[in-house]
Design a binder for this molecule. Structure first.
Ligand code: FRU
Length: 431
């Protein structure tokens, strides 16, 4: 994708030997996004029955597993742990975002989940949005990366770190204990990353969120990718330049991971798409697979793509990035249920990947089919809105990953993070 050229000359790093090579940021271009095509390889099977919820009391949406520093999923005394955005299921689905609280769930088999409790004692912000969680085996403590959110402009969305929690396990369950220290990791600089004020001036949705931790596979640096926007100065919603999503990256400057510096974004979608949400990497065969989720409504004028998982592959952090399957589309919902799931997270599994997601709205479509549109849901009576919303883990999908191509090969039982051999059921499609 595009040209990746001369070094930008960002070099100061403390705590690691070789700095990442920061080059000009690569673009997800309009020409590439025009190649987006729904195929059998990229279309998820239709969810025909609502999955049983993993919680009696809460809606569940964005979810992430506790991972080791190297990205592998933590299994501790036979337990695995996931974190989810949750909100009372008394709320209508659209109200959940402003009440989001991160809770943990634990399981022995990857699909029967037990509710733990809140992930934090006193987090920053009024509510918390997506993030990631890393467990340091030597320090025996969890690093919670999350988005601290408030309605105050100056505190809109800030990537935050909460550290200090440790894990207690027993035969019946898992408990997260210990006092936590919370710090803000960074704020937009207004040049590489659009500030809240700039986004308001431009009339554009603001994003500086979803920190996802990873250790650089070669240099060992501690890094975090996140969702942001590139300031373009465009105010006109009909101008593609107003659609300015990017995937940002920051680097820890101390071993405690409490101090971070912004680096140039690893990928931009200027003129292509406004939101590259929950970005994350999978490393395979020396390649950097960069995944992100995006929406139909955030594509720039003249382009179209579904609510989906998109992906790119490169030889290094600054690309060049080649969109997977030509246009970047990796998992879309079936055409008859275009909003059935969202917020896919790809994780390495065997030779391929497993992607988990949550059940979003069923029975919605574009109004030309006589169905209810996404915009109309909020006007339905509360009970009808809740009826249409899943709000729990969707069946995970197993994908083959071959160079620049992916293929959905199986649908796994609900919320399967570590599928064991024989536990998967074949997808409708491959039958
Ligand atoms: C993706 C997302 C994230 C955000 C959260 C808010 O589904 O939009 O970017 O952290 O949901 O609910």
């Amino acid at each position: 994708a595009g040209v990746g050229v001369a070094a930008l000359g960002l070099s100061s790093v403390s705590g690691s030997a070789a700095a990442v090579d920061t080059r000009d940021t690569d673009q997800w271009t309009r020409a590439e996004a025009e190649q987006i095509a729904l195929t059998d390889e990229t279309t998820a099977p239709l969810i025909t029955e609502n999955s049983e919820s993993i919680s009696d009391d809460y809606w569940i949406w964005d979810t992430w597993p506790l991972r080791n520093r190297d990205g592998s999923i933590v299994k501790i005394d036979g337990w695995q742990i996931v974190f989810s955005l949750t909100a009372s299921n008394d709320l209508v689905p659209g109200a959940r975002h402003n009440e989001a609280t991160i809770r943990y769930f634990y399981s022995r088999n990857g699909h029967d989940w037990h509710e733990g409790g809140k992930a934090f004692d006193a987090p920053l912000g009024h509510h918390q949005w997506a993030g990631s969680a890393m467990y340091d085996q030597n320090e025996e403590q969890i690093y919670h990366f999350y988005t601290a959110v408030s309605s105050h402009p100056e505190f809109r969305q800030k990537p935050a770190l909460g550290k200090g929690a440790s894990i207690e396990t027993g035969p019946k369950g898992v408990e997260l204990v210990g006092e936590q220290e919370h710090v803000i990791m960074g704020t937009p600089d207004g040049e590489m990353y659009q500030t809240y004020e700039q986004s308001i001036e431009q009339g554009i949705v603001y994003a500086f969120r979803d920190p996802w931790y990873f250790e650089h596979p070669e240099t060992g640096e501690d890094l975090v990718v996140f969702e942001a926007n590139t300031p373009t100065g465009s105010r006109d919603p009909t101008n593609p330049e107003s659609f300015n999503g990017n995937i940002g990256v920051m680097r820890a400057t101390n071993d405690e991971l409490t101090k971070w510096e912004l680096l140039p974004p690893v990928l931009e979608a200027v003129g292509t798409n406004q939101q590259l949400e929950r970005p994350h990497y999978v490393f395979k065969d020396g390649k950097w697979y960069l995944f992100t989720i995006s929406h139909q409504f955030t594509f720039a004028p003249g382009l179209s793509g579904p609510d989906a998982l998109y992906g790119f592959v490169a030889d290094s952090m600054y690309g060049d990035y080649e969109p997977l399957n030509e246009g970047g589309l990796v998992i879309s919902n079936p055409e008859e249920a275009p909003f059935q799931a969202y917020s896919w997270l790809a994780m390495p599994h065997g030779d391929g990947i497993v992607a988990e997601s949550f059940e979003n709205f069923r029975g919605l479509d574009d109004t030309s089919r006589g169905a209810i549109s996404l915009d109309e849901v909020g006007y339905l009576p509360p009970e009808e809105q809740k009826e249409l919303f899943g709000g729990t883990l969707a069946p995970s999908l197993k994908l083959e990953l071959d160079g620049t191509e992916t293929r959905i090969v199986a649908e796994l039982k609900d919320g399967h993070f570590l599928p064991s051999v024989g536990s998967s059921r074949p997808s409708n499609r491959s039958r």
